[in-house]
Design a protein around this ligand. Structure first.
Ligand code: AHG
Ligand code: MN
Ligand code: MN
Length: 333
């Protein structure tokens, strides 16, 4: 018998009545992200037909060449949240500054978003994603004090990602496990398809840009050499899976087990991925699924950014693979 789970809206309604109780406003914001994701899924699917492939000709605040779909995705997400009345400020990969939206007391959340993750894949019909998180705004202030608002990741209320692949799937957590909802395009609804995702403690995959191998530290090269060599713990070499979209690579590793790493290298001495709208939301999901995420020394969710576009090294995925990584790094070489 085919089973057809609850819609995202019904699930959120149940979560609002359940324990722990999902705040109604947070449920509303997650529905809003679902609506934005439907619009993005549609535009990504038809981008080649409506002139939305290729570059804009500008650089974004972290120096990446912007794709037309980056700009479109940012416009859709920002405009979806701007008039909800629930969001005090928005941090986006595509916005130079934190954008203050409302200082009203009802606006209790700050949205951090990577509107389009993996945008090098847009022109080759590869998987892309969106990453989002909602921080609780501090009681006082105008939300512009980054160190106060984002201290230690503790105020992260909910986070998730959307993967636009052969199907569109939204995975999110409000601190009660991680669940995935697949978009039924014909019905126009996200339907619960991956309930209570559990990341296996070990897995057969690793994901990293091996083109940077010679720029990594000896410790890290040693760890990756061990993964490729295999050994008694795994019984086989780990397989490399790397698409160039964190969302797609981590989605695989969360479901089937594996480790994703974007370490520091000569070109990215503090890592490449951005803490607020890439690493922290994905760390939140990974932990909720039983996995782990570190910057090589500290838990990602304990890091406090000094600026909104701050980058960090990222090691994330299956718990025991992260443990092995830490033991290898501690041993040296
Ligand atoms: P974005 O498209 O939002 O800038 O993110 C790209 C990120 C991440 O998704 C991916 O894993 C990584 O950058 C790829 O970087 P390399 O091309 O350096 O491997
Ligand atoms: Mn990204
Ligand atoms: Mn992006």
């Amino acid at each position: 018998m085919t089973s057809y789970g609850p819609t995202l809206t019904r699930y959120l309604g149940d979560a609002h009545r359940g324990t722990p109780r999902l705040e109604a406003e947070l449920a509303e914001l997650i529905v809003e992200m679902g609506t934005a994701a439907k619009a993005l899924a549609r535009e990504i699917r038809r981008a080649a037909l409506v002139g939305r492939l290729g570059l804009v000709g500008e650089k974004n605040p972290t120096g990446d060449a912007q794709k037309k779909l980056d700009v479109y995705s940012n416009d859709v997400v920002v405009s979806a949240f701007e008039d909800t009345g629930l969001v005090a400020a928005i941090v986006s990969e595509e916005l130079e500054q934190l954008r203050v939206v409302s200082c009203a007391s009802a606006a209790r959340y700050i949205l951090c978003v990577d509107p389009l993750d993996g945008s090098s894949n847009t022109d080759v019909n590869g998987s892309v994603g969106s990453i989002f998180s909602f921080y609780r705004r501090s009681a006082e202030g105008d939300c512009t004090d980054v160190e106060t608002e984002f201290a230690g990741g503790a105020e992260l209320a909910a986070a998730g990602y959307v993967m636009y692949g052969p199907s569109t799937i939204m995975v999110f957590s409000h601190g009660d496990g991680a669940n995935g909802f697949t978009l039924d395009h014909d019905v126009g609804e996200f339907i619960l398809s991956h309930e209570a995702i559990q990341c296996p403690p070990r897995g057969p995959y690793f994901s990293a840009n091996l083109g940077n191998y010679h720029a990594w530290s000896d410790d890290l090269r040693g760890f990756v050499d061990d993964l490729i060599a295999g050994g008694p713990a795994t019984g086989r070499p780990c397989s490399l899976r790397y698409t160039g979209a964190l969302v797609a690579d981590l989605h695989r590793n969360l479901l089937e087990g594996g480790i994703y790493l974007y370490p520091p290298d000569e070109n990215h001495p503090r890592g490449k991925l951005r803490l607020l709208y890439e690493c922290a939301p994905m760390a939140f999901i990974a932990e909720q699924a039983g996995g782990r995420a570190t910057d090589g020394a500290d838990r990602v969710l304990d890091l406090t950014p000094a600026s909104i576009h701050q980058t960090t090294p990222l090691f994330i995925g299956s718990r025991e693979m992260l443990d092995s990584f830490e033991r290898r790094a501690a041993r040296g070489g």
